[in-house]
Design a protein around this ligand. Structure first.
Ligand code: NDP
Length: 316
């Protein structure tokens, strides 16, 4: 049997929530160990320019910001490790976690900052422009600004899609919204707001066939009406996908209370506490409303402070 490693504070995930938690926990001498997970740096590594994180007047690229956050966490001797947690057992006083290489860790406190992943359509052309940073995005608040004065297309019919379409409508000359059924999933009030916005055109029963462009940047979308079979091309420079997010919380579901869509539920609003004492959550794994780097960082700070107080109370 491999040896068990004991740590005071284990942080799972390496987005702004995880690294901020690490900076605070390390400065509080909790000697945090942080596992970066499947996508070191998290969702921001798929974003080009970040212009809305305070403190960067000239903007910063997502990957650059994550390198800086990692460096800041390491400066205070956070043990940052490449790897991911595959299993947990939170049934006892000591929180057991297993790394994919078989390492077993017993942690006094755990901060879950595993984030959420945006869902995409899965089209080859969509993935191409997403990777290039050439006009496909899953976050209007993050990237909408780059398309001001231009035409954009957004897919989805939930509250997120409505909110993002409305956000884009203030920046873009025209927003075309692709709804795959003949009705919205969104709440009435959100759908109504979209319907009433002059520069949003809603195409019902419409699905995306292909994102068009020169291989570098997007120039349009080919869509198909799933009732009539009619195809057409819509010119646009930005293609937004707002078909939901999946929180990365599967491994915790036997121990941590999740809502019906998989987001972790706070045991006490206004704190980072989960239903398991000593296990805290930060960032998008518990946030389906704001989903911003700065809010993730804020909750990362809260989680580290809550963990520190938990340990102090326990150690008496
Ligand atoms: P939802 O799961 O509510 O909606 C996803 C939407 O994407 C649905 O309309 C769905 O279509 C559509 N969709 C899914 N897959 C595809 C596909 N392959 N092609 C085309 N369309 C697709 O996700 P949201 O992110 O909108 O919302 C998640 C939760 O967060 C909800 O509970 C929502 O109420 C909440 N929320 C609340 C907000 C607020 O109150 N301000 C803001 C944002 C979110 P279909 O309807 O046909 O299944």
């Amino acid at each position: 049997m491999s040896e068990v490693e004991k740590v005071k504070c284990l942080i799972i995930g390496s987005g702004p929530a995880g690294y901020t938690a690490a900076i605070y926990a390390a400065r509080a001498e909790m000697k945090p160990v942080l596992y970066q997970g499947m996508q070191p740096g998290g969702q921001l590594t798929t974003t080009n320019e970040v212009e809305n994180f305070p403190g960067y007047p000239d903007g910063v690229t997502g990957p650059e910001m994550m390198v800086q956050l990692e460096a800041q966490a390491k400066r205070f001797e956070t043990d940052v490790r490449f790897g991911f947690i595959t299993k947990v057992d939170f049934s006892g006083d000591v929180h057991k976690c297993w790394v994919e290489d078989g390492t077993e860790i017993h942690a006094d406190t755990v901060i879950i900052s595993t984030g959420a992943s945006a869902k995409y359509l899965g089209l080859e052309s969509e993935q191409l422009y997403l990777k290039n940073g050439g006009g496909v995005s899953a976050c209007a608040v993050c990237d909408g600004f780059f398309y001001r004065g231009q035409e954009t297309v957004i897919v989805g019919a939930g509250d997120s899609a409505c909110e993002e379409a409305h956000y884009l409508s203030k920046l873009c000359t025209k927003v075309t919204m692709l709804v795959r059924r003949d009705e919205f999933r969104a709440s009435k009030i959100m759908a109504e707001r979209v319907r009433k916005t002059e520069n949003i055109e809603i195409l019902y029963n419409t699905e995306t066939e292909e994102v068009l462009g020169d291989g570098q940047v997007v120039s349009g979308v080919r869509v198909k009406n799933n009732k009539t079979g009619e195809e057409k091309e819509i010119p646009c420079t930005g293609f937004f996908v707002a078909i939901g997010h999946k929180p990365n919380t599967d491994i915790f579901k036997d121990y941590i209370n999740l809502d019906e869509t998989g987001y972790i539920e706070y045991a006490q609003p206004g704190t980072s506490k989960t239903n398991v004492p000593g296990v805290f959550v930060a960032g998008d794994a518990a946030d389906k409303t704001y989903r911003q780097a700065v809010t993730a960082a804020g909750t990362g700070c809260m989680a580290a402070l809550d963990a520190e107080r938990y340990l102090a109370a326990k150690e008496g």
